[in-house]
Design a binder for this molecule. Structure first.
Ligand code: GDP
Length: 195
């Protein structure tokens, strides 16, 4: 499968900064440093679409990308859970994300990124349940799978699914570095768009 055709649309701090939703929207969310920018670049087959950085916790914006010539949007959201972010940064993140997830019209699915090597954190669990309560489709994506032997992927998938209140089929495994997992993600996304 070829990558998605993706173009940057705009960015903003809160919903009112963003153009109105007219097509279905997939939100990408995860802890800082989980590999979200790298995944976006991998999905798009581009090196420079999203910034890959070693400085997590910096002030980030909501970035909108149009995919497949406007068929749907990909929304890159600020990372969370950076240990050294200040209380005001966290409060701002919470407020902006609450507004985004509760009110954004076109939003229908969330790609929740988790590091395959790390335990699911309370924040990840809470977010997964909250997204489901809001009626959003949730797909968890285990990132950086090149860092863990393939024989362990399935066991971790089952553990992560349970913690996130998802079925194992709602958990995908990816490596942006080694280019593993793109076909599964694209197939799952198009399945959600057709459902
Ligand atoms: P973000 O903060 O979630 O946007 O994460 P980034 O995409 O900036 O990646 C954070 C760090 O993880 C960087 O050092 C990346 O090179 C590394 N990284 C991202 N994806 C992968 C992957 O698939 N495999 C490995 N081994 N490292 C990755």
């Amino acid at each position: 499968k070829t990558p998605l055709r993706v173009e940057f649309v705009s960015s903003g701090m809160i919903n009112s900064d963003l153009p109105p939703s007219t097509v279905p929207e997939f939100a990408l969310v995860g802890r800082s440093n989980v590999g979200k920018s790298s995944l976006l670049n991998y999905l798009a087959g581009q090196k420079q679409l999203a910034r890959v950085s070693n400085t997590p916790g910096r002030t980030q914006t909501i970035n909108l990308f149009s995919a497949e010539k406007g068929e749907f949007l990909l929304v890159d959201l600020p990372g969370y859970g950076y240990a050294e972010s200040s209380l005001s940064t966290r409060a701002h993140w919470q407020k902006a994300m609450q507004e985004y997830f509760e009110k954004r019209d076109g939003l229908f699915a969330v790609l929740l990124l988790v590091d395959i090597r790390r335990d699911i954190q309370p924040e990840d669990e809470a977010l997964s349940r909250w997204f489901q309560q809001l009626g959003l489709k949730v797909i968890a994506i285990q990132t950086k799978c090149d860092k863990l032997h393939k024989s362990k992927w399935n066991t971790i998938r089952i553990q992560h699914a349970k913690k996130l209140a998802l079925t194992p089929s709602q958990v995908l495994t990816v490596s942006s570095d080694k280019k593993i997992g793109l076909p599964d993600i694209l197939q799952t996304m198009s399945g959600l768009l057709d459902s």
